[in-house]
Design a protein around this ligand. Structure first.
Ligand code: FE2
Length: 289
C-alpha cells in the first residue's frame, strides 16, 4: 500500500523495513577483523542482558593500559592535555576493539547509518572509575526495558530472532575483580521483566543480584535497560580500575555525544571519528573510503 505525504511517495515496505542492503563493518578502524558473535554469545546477551569476556587484554598491552590509567588517575598533569582522558594513549583502541564492534554490530548498530567504514552508533560517555576500598555507592536503576515509552533510551527491543539494545554499556576491568567485592551488580533478565522489582532489590546482598569475578583485562557488556548498580569496593588487594564506555544510537540518545579533545579527534582515523558524529539518520553514514 502506498501513502502520500508532502508529495513524497512511501510504500509500506519503505517505511517498515530498513534498507535491504546494508553493510556492517567487518574490520575496525585499526584494520583488525571483527569476529562474529557465536550463537551462544548472542543467546546469552539477549537472554541475560549481560555477558563477560574474560582476559581479552593481556601481557604487555594490559600492562601499558594499566600504567596509563593509573597515571591518568593519580598524575594527570604528567600527560599532554589532549590525552588526559580514557581515549588517550593506549586506551584509545578499546573504544572500537573488535569484540566491542562485534557485539554492537549485532545489538546496537542502526542498519541505515552504518557501512563498512562507518559505525552504526555513537559514544555517549567514556570514564575511568578508579575505586579504592569503600568507594562506590549502591544505587539500583533501570530494568523493565521492554516497557519504555519513546523518548527514553533505556529500552530493549526483542523480536523473534533479533534483539536490539540501543543503549549499551561496555566495561573494561583493567584490574582483577573478586566476585562480590565491588564489581557491578546486575539483575539477570531484568531488561525483559514486566513486573516492578520487589523490595529485595534495595538489598545489595539479596540473591536477586548477580555479579562476576574476572582477571585483569576482562570485558563486560550489559544493556542499560537491565537493572544494575554500583557496589562499594571491598577488595583490599587491588583497587578497581575500570573504563566505562557508553554507546548510544545515532538517531537519539540520553546525553550529548561525547566530544573528545579536538586535537585527539583530529589524530583519529576517519572511521574512529564516526563514533563521535552528530546524531541524525538521513545521510549520516559517512563513506570514509
Ligand atoms: Fe547505569
Amino acid at each position: 500500500m502506498n501513502t502520500q505525504k508532502d508529495n513524497i511517495s512511501y510504500s509500506a515496505q519503505d517505511v517498515i523495513i530498513p534498507p535491504e542492503q546494508f553493510v556492517l563493518p567487518t574490520h575496525n578502524s585499526d584494520g583488525d577483523p571483527i569476529p562474529p558473535m557465536t550463537s551462544e554469545q548472542i543467546y546469552e546477551f539477549d537472554t541475560h542482558g549481560w555477558i563477560l569476556f574474560p582476559e581479552v587484554i593481556t601481557d604487555d598491552d594490559l600492562k601499558e593500559m594499566q600504567e596509563f590509567a593509573y597515571r591518568l588517575h593519580h598524575d594527570p598533569e604528567s600527560l599532554p592535555e589532549h590525552e588526559r582522558n580514557t581515549l588517550g594513549g593506549p586506551l584509545q583502541k578499546l573504544i572500537d576493539h573488535p569484540l566491542v564492534v562485534s557485539l554492537l554490530n549485532e545489538f546496537t548498530a542502526h542498519p541505515s547509518v552504518t557501512n563498512s567504514h562507518c559505525y552504526g552508533y555513537t559514544v555517549e560517555s567514556t570514564t575511568l572509575f578508579y575505586r579504592a576500598e569503600g568507594m562506590g555507592g549502591f544505587g539500583p536503576h533501570n530494568g523493565n526495558g521492554m516497557l519504555r515509552f519513546p523518548g527514553d533510551v533505556h529500552y530493549y527491543n526483542a523480536f523473534p530472532g533479533k534483539g536490539y539494545s540501543p543503549h549499551t554499556r561496555v566495561v573494561w576491568e583493567l584490574n582483577e575483580v573478586k566476585k562480590g567485592q565491588g564489581g557491578t551488580l546486575l539483575v539477570t533478565g531484568s531488561h525483559k521483566s514486566v513486573y516492578t522489582a520487589p523490595p529485595e532489590i534495595q538489598n545489595p546482598k539479596s540473591d536477586i543480584w548477580d555479579t562476576y569475578g574476572c582477571p585483569p583485562g576482562s570485558l563486560l557488556f550489559f544493556t542499560e535497560a537491565l537493572t544494575h548498580s554500583a557496589n562499594p569496593w571491598t577488595n583490599t588487594d587491588n583497587d578497581r580500575m575500570a573504563i566505562f564506555n557508553l554507546y548510544s544510537p545515532v538517531d537519539s540518545g540520553y546525553a550529548r555525544v561525547y566530544q573528545p579533545h579536538p586535537k585527539l579527534l583530529e589524530s583519529m582515523t576517519e572511521m574512529r571519528q564516526t563514533l563521535f558524529r552528530s546524531r541524525y539518520v538521513v545521510d549520516n553514514s559517512k563513506n570514509t573510503d
